[in-house]
Design a protein around this ligand. Structure first.
Ligand code: NDP
Length: 240
């Protein structure tokens, strides 16, 4: 029997790309979203629709999901993974960086949920997987605005889980520690960036994105009556 459609946001690198490869290898048709369309297409995955969508654009996100559902049938899961981490101090960080994180890390996740949830509730099945962070459970130096967005992902996910539990829809929060991806590269403060790199090194290195992808797939592949509410995973050497 053919497998159902899965939507992955932020699939052009890191955790999203690793998750796309894994789910595709298991036979799922995919909708891959990110701004860099070429990187999505370079994954060269079968039965995959790639769209260069900024997930802070609600209408574009919704339209891409409709297009994929017309082609592959209803979305059985979405991995709301697109995110940005712009570390800084509240006293001097450019406030535009807060806006970018809030728009993508919080509103982008809500838009992704809205694009698939009504159909899932109507069908009485589906899985929403939101990628938060250990920075969605505890604080770190220079992370104030970022932890604000990730605490929000934890909170809205748990509240949504309660809201849709009786509809047969599962909500999963994935909370990784440091992972070796492009994420840190977007932080603009060079000193904070080099301190973070040194911290990762002192912890013996970060997780491989493949490990996080496997956790996502583990949660998804549980029987429909089992919800893995949260997975928190980090490199063993990561103390904080
Ligand atoms: P990457 O920077 O490698 O990946 C981020 C992805 O998000 C890219 O595919 C990027 O694609 C996409 N993206 C960024 N902005 C937008 C946008 N406006 N619209 C659509 N897509 C967008 O980082 P990770 O793989 O590490 O990050 C994935 C998630 O994991 C994030 O939510 C992050 O917060 C979380 N996380 C990461 C950790 C880490 O240490 N790496 C630790 C804990 C959580 P493009 O630029 O092409 O749009």
């Amino acid at each position: 029997m053919s497998k159902p459609l899965i939507v992955i946001t932020g699939a052009s690198s890191g955790i999203g790309a690793a998750t796309a490869r894994l789910l595709s290898a298991q036979g799922h048709p995919l909708l891959l979203l990110a701004r860099r369309l070429q990187k999505l297409e370079e994954l060269s995955l079968p039965e995959t629709l790639c769209r260069g969508v900024d997930v802070t654009d609600r209408d574009a996100l919704q339209a891409a999901v409709r297009e994929a559902e017309e082609r592959f049938g209803p979305a059985d899961a979405i991995v709301n993974n697109a995110g940005v981490m712009l570390l800084g101090r509240i006293a001097d960080q450019d406030a535009d960086e807060w806006e970018r994180m809030i728009d993508l890390n919080i509103k982008g996740v809500l838009y992704g949920i809205r694009a698939v949830l009504p159909g899932m509730v109507a069908r009485g099945t589906g899985t929403i997987i939101n990628v938060s962070s250990v920075a969605g459970r505890k604080t770190y130096p220079n992370h104030s605005a970022y932890v604000g967005t990730k605490f929000a992902v934890h909170a809205l996910s748990e509240n949504l889980r309660e809201e849709v539990a009786s509809s047969g829809v599962r909500v999963v929060t994935i909370a990784p520690g440091a992972v070796e991806t492009e994420l840190l590269s977007h932080t603009t403060d060079e000193r904070i960036k080099s301190d973070y790199e040194a911290w990762k090194k002192s912890a013996g290195g970060a997780l491989d994105p493949q490990t996080v992808a496997e956790a996502i797939v583990y949660a998804y592949q549980q029987p429909p009556n089992v919800t893995i509410r949260e997975i928190v995973l980090a490199a063993t050497g990561q103390q904080a």
